[in-house]
Design a binder for this molecule. Structure first.
Ligand code: NAD
Ligand code: LMR
Length: 333
């Protein structure tokens, strides 16, 4: 029996990340090779000309799963009957900025889009926020969409996870698939805590915990963490534009695992509403290790935190609380 078509919206559809993302969505990399879909492409009025070109290219890709495209600057049309939302549209940072410097400019976009999701999307919609500052934007979006469960809103820290996994694979001389269970805790910002203490490497038929490698202990606590924390800034310094190809790939990884589920004990990191697990502040969007089954995520419990990790989680949680206060004030203006 053929699958019912789904509707997927991408905001910021005329931008850089979307340009890499749309092809992957339309060819079945995220929702599965048999899942037909309609793509709703939302951007602002001034970008409609550019968007027309993107629509032409999607058509010219001649992809069998893509049943139709709805380009629009109207959030009501963009979010109508939507099953999955990629909220990418927002200003990117420039060299020398922190992501939270974008808060005042971007957070109101997510208030408006939360309201539009609330009114027009399916109540089962899965929302992935990519636009920065992603965690706090996701929180605001959810706040303004009270009829949709809070568990349906997430922020992207998968790019950080992929970066961490790639660093470990290079360090240990193995393929990317031979590294699993590295964790990103907290904010998608320079206070995030990339944690390799539970990461496992498969090599020469055997498995070993990254943390057991005495030779790498100093590298893991120092260079590894700071490389991952600062990778976005390093890409901006080199490209003069923020990451786009790797961000689009990470968005696909995040949504695919949410839609189709994770495998075995292999967990992934997602920014999700905090229930206070691991003594984190409640009611912020905090990145945790999660497992996904039947489109529902659960936070992996029982991982032991040492004193260093406790302090790292506190620091990033505090930043998220501060961002939350600022965002709420901006939205009240
Ligand atoms: P971009 O400037 O190339 O594209 C952004 C697009 O969003 C533009 O086409 C713009 O017109 C559109 N837009 C602006 N306001 C909008 C609105 N209200 N509704 C719909 N569309 C709107 O930027 P980009 O490189 O695609 O990056 C987009 C965002 O993603 C930035 O905030 C960036 O910092 C963030 N980002 C996040 C991650 C992550 O890991 N979470 C990674 C990379 C980039
Ligand atoms: C990234 O991590 O590459 C993005 O969040 C873009 C940025 O501003 O760093």
């Amino acid at each position: 029996m053929p699958l019912e078509p789904i509707r997927v919206v991408v905001t910021g559809a005329a931008g850089q990340i979307a340009y890499s993302l749309l092809y992957q969505l339309a060819k079945g990399d995220v929702f599965g090779p048999d899942q037909p879909l309609y793509l709703h492409l939302l951007d602002i009025p001034v970008m409609m000309g550019v968007l027309e070109g993107v629509v032409m290219e999607l058509m010219d890709c001649a992809l069998p799963l893509l049943l139709g495209v709805v380009p629009t600057a109207d959030p009501a049309e963009g979010f109508k009957d939507i099953d999955a939302a990629f909220l990418v549209g927002a200003m990117p940072r420039k060299e020398g900025m922190e992501r939270k410097d974008l808060l005042a400019a971007n957070v109101k976009i997510f208030k408006v889009q939360g309201q539009a999701l609330d009114q027009h999307a399916k109540k089962t919609v899965k929302v992935l926020v990519v636009g920065n500052p992603a965690n706090t934007n996701a929180l605001i979006c959810s706040k303004y969409a009270p009829s949709i469960p809070r568990e349906n809103f997430s922020a992207m820290t998968r790019l950080d996870q992929n970066r961490a996994q790639a660093q470990l694979a290079a360090r240990f001389g193995v393929g990317i698939d031979n590294v699993r269970n590295v964790i990103i805790w907290g904010n998608h910002s320079s206070t995030q805590y990339p944690d390799a203490r539970f990461a496992v490497v498969t090599k020469d038929g055997g498995e070993s915990r990254v943390a057991d490698s005495a030779a790498d202990a100093a590298w893991l606590q120092d260079q590894f963490i700071s490389t991952v924390q600062k990778r976005g800034a390093a890409v901006i310094a080199a490209r003069k534009m923020s990451s786009a190809m790797s961000a689009a790939k990470a968005a696909c990884d995040h949504m695919r695992d949410w839609w189709l589920g994770t495998t075995g004990d292999k967990y992934v990191s997602m920014g999700v509403i905090s229930d206070g697990s691991y003594n984190t502040p409640k009611d912020i969007i905090f990145s945790f290790p999660v497992l996904v089954k039947d489109k529902q995520w659960t936070i992996v419990q029982g991982l032991e935190l040492d004193a260093f990790s406790v302090q790292k989680l506190q620091q990033t949680g505090q930043e998220l609380n501060e961002e939350k206060e600022e965002a709420l004030a901006v939205c009240q203006d």
